[in-house]
Ligand binder design. Structure first.
Ligand code: 13P
Length: 239
């Protein structure tokens, strides 16, 4: 049996990949179902009911469960599919117009059906800013999203927007494990959040340096979660 010490949370965000159900089922079948860390995969919503993995997450949802809302995804329907986590406020959705108010409503709706929201923050920061400026932006995003919410029940993912899909978080001096650790500590102490993940070009080469930080409770890899060899290394990495 694998040891459970220092268990982290690793959530693979497949984004809009792959293109077919067959490929999605195949990809999921290659991910170790009994890894060292708590592992969640988030396939596109369309494939959620067919992909088999012990812990499934959704990439987004609506804030109401039922009714005349064309094209939306019901949090309650996700719950009935066995979904355990749902991303909210991803920078790719904030870019497409998702507002702070919408994010707050989604977080609240998810908690009411007992799905853990994974609130993504870090949109709008730039690489030129220092830690203080970054914390100001994050503080404002968390203050809006957590209005009336018990922060101890959610997971926050710090995803510096410039590090996403860059292929190398160290390319910019700010996106280092040290910087992410400072931001994670700030989020926990200021807001009472219990779990903070790092996301932004996390891969099997750099994962350990992030996972070794005491206040970083896991990772939210995008690209690397589509590569079974890389992802299996991350989810079985002792730290
Ligand atoms: P990448 O790991 O591909 O940079 O994506 C990170 C991300 O946006 C996860 O939500």
């Amino acid at each position: 049996m694998k040891l459970k010490h220092n268990q982290k949370l690793i959530i693979g965000n497949w984004k809009l990949n792959p293109l077919t159900l067959k490929e999605a089922v195949r990809l999921a079948s290659k991910i170790d179902p009994q890894p060292l860390h708590e592992t969640v995969i988030c396939p596109p919503t369309l494939f959620l009911s067919s992909v088999k993995y012990p812990r499934l997450g959704a990439q987004d949802c609506f804030w109401l469960n039922k009714g005349a809302y064309t094209g939306q995804t019901s949090p309650l329907a996700l719950k009935k599919l066995g979904v355990k986590y749902c991303l909210v406020g991803h920078s790719e959705n904030r870019t497409a117009g998702e507002s702070e108010e919408m994010i707050q409503k989604k977080v609240s709706a998810l908690l009411s059906v007992k799905i853990t929201p994974v609130l993504c923050v870090g949109f709008g920061t730039t690489v030129e800013e220092d830690d203080l400026e970054v914390t100001d932006i994050i503080k404002s995003q968390l203050t809006s999203a957590l209005a009336g919410i018990d922060a101890s029940k959610i997971v926050v993912a710090y995803e510096p927007v410039w590090a996403i899909s860059s292929g190398d978080p160290y390319h910019h001096k700010m996106a280092t494990p040290d910087h992410a650790e400072k931001i994670a500590m700030f989020i926990k102490t200021k807001f009472g959040v219990k779990k903070v993940l790092y996301g932004g070009s996390a891969n099997s080469t750099n994962a350990l340096e992030f996972l070794e930080q005491p206040d970083i409770d896991g990772l939210l890899p995008g690209g690397a979660s589509l590569l079974p060899k890389d992802f299996n290394q991350i989810i079985n990495m002792s730290c």
